[in-house]
Design a protein around this ligand. Sequence first.
Ligand SMILES: [Zn+2]
Length: 523
Amino acid sequence: MGGQSASQERFEEFGERAEGWAAMDRREFLRTTAAVSAGLLAGGGALSSFPEVGYASAWAPLSFPRLVLYNCSLFDGIQGHLQRDKMVVVEEGRIRAVEPRGDLGAFSHYETVDLGGRTLLPGLIDNHVHITVPFINRVTLGAIRQMDRQIVKNFHSCVMGGVTTVRDVGGFPAKVIEFRAMADANEIPGPRVISSLSPIAARKGDDLGAPGSAPYFTNPVIKWFLGGNYAERPTRVEEIEEACDRMIALGAQWLKTLHQDHTFSYYPRPLPNHSDEGYRAILAKGREAGIKCALHEPLVSGFKKGVDLGFHTLEHTPCDGEIPDADIEKFMKQGMAIMPTMVVQGDVLITDQLLELLETHGEELLVPESLEQITAQVKELKALQSRDLSEDEQRALHYEPRYSADMFANVQANVKKLVAMGADVGIGTDIGNPSTQLFGRYPDELRHFAALGIPNADILRRATSLNARIIERQDRIGSIEKGREADLIAVRGDPLADLRALDRVDVVMKGGIFVKSEGVELG
Ligand SMILES: [Zn+2]
């Protein structure tokens, strides 16, 4: 949603500028196409085409068929307090028992891992990301060549920060499928990915249509390389149905669409949406396939629309006013959930800190091309905020930073109200939104909740067991209980007392496999 974009051409949900492709002259285009094709052929037909993807070759996952984690406190994802001195038995990737610390002698055939008093939690879940976004706005040959490496970095930063499952709500199908498979096979470190593949967006009209001005490729080589488009842009109901069928056939586990009446500005321009009939067609296709539907709705009108039509999840928080009680009550009655994505909506207020983050961690999180482009973007955003814009300038922007900054109080008030009324408010970051939503920033979303006075234990329950229920995986992940997948993280300190404990995750286990094990002895 409304990112840190500072200019008219900026995308909302994807880091490429339509103009980049459109403006590419014919020669450059042919060269690019040839390079892409050559890379694909060199890859032996596999889509993993660039040698730079060897990024993670030094990484070796460690697994033991039977192990016991001991000397730890436990936040099980459900109870609101830490359980002291516990022991977790893991067999074949699953949690077999959670017990008070007992005699380790009974586990002589097990690998025993001393967690040194750390706190063990369920792997964190991020219910709104764009994990294949390359953080690139200006499309150059170098940028294209670095794209896969950036995606590997996204997967890496995400899981190393303790996020073991993400729901991806928009990306290039081929990239999602390719890298998800690599992460599932532990060829690269990465989270479990549940994906909608391409969102079913409305067609771009004269006005920029959400998601921003993300390009719609018609070139068959590029489409083949990316597996389609960042967003599908059907118009007629039959086209909408066809796009849904295509995503479902490709393996979409969710359907995502968007509703946004206007740009983020005090002088808003209208944006295209589907008709109610179109939205109903998406919901019907989801029902038919047994999958749920998400609606991007950063404005109050979108929240109402999502509730009226019966979407399953709403994405982002209405920023242009207060959500009426009656709509929240109906939302709750229908068993809906919302991912507020306060990180993406609040980043406009912290551009200086973001520039510092890029300076200190940029190289770790981004490939060179992305780092350069994102840094330029944040500087542009900051510059835009520091001067008074004319009405014409404001009208021309798809995203007016001062408007979004001023609206953030509405976002906070709405999240507070939803939580107070007992709504299912999950945790989603919109990381992958192209400006500054860098993977690894998950704790920032938790801090936004804490700033509203919500207790840490409740926030962490949302981040784990509630998020798992929202994506219908509560029987497999989101809690430390017998029978669940061994998706576990360990941190020093007590995150229930201080969320900063999550800024540094020492141990990450996904399905019983150690993705990361810093400061603990294995083997
Ligand atoms: Zn998003």
